[in-house]
Design a protein around this ligand. Sequence first.
Ligand SMILES: [Zn+2]
Length: 95
Amino acid sequence: MLNCEVCGSTAIQDEIVSEVFHVNRQYQLVENIPASVCTQCGEKTFSREAAENIRKLLNGPTYPDHAIKLDVFSYAMSPKPVRTSLPSVEIDRGV
Ligand SMILES: [Zn+2]
């Protein structure tokens, strides 16, 4: 019985997935990969054959099928500098 490498679950099913790989300082998306997916934690495991085919796609001479625009968000936002010389606004309270 196949066990998930992450959570140890045996609830694993075959699915067709997409995965982003970081290769040569670029993010590259490979679609339609056959994978074993843990239904408990979502961990994807590729067969040795699939991994080798992915490696060939990403490092081989063929062009990508198409390109997409990728929006990037930084979860860990650095603290914004605090302005120390704000013009002080006095509210006239009519006192
Ligand atoms: Zn798992």
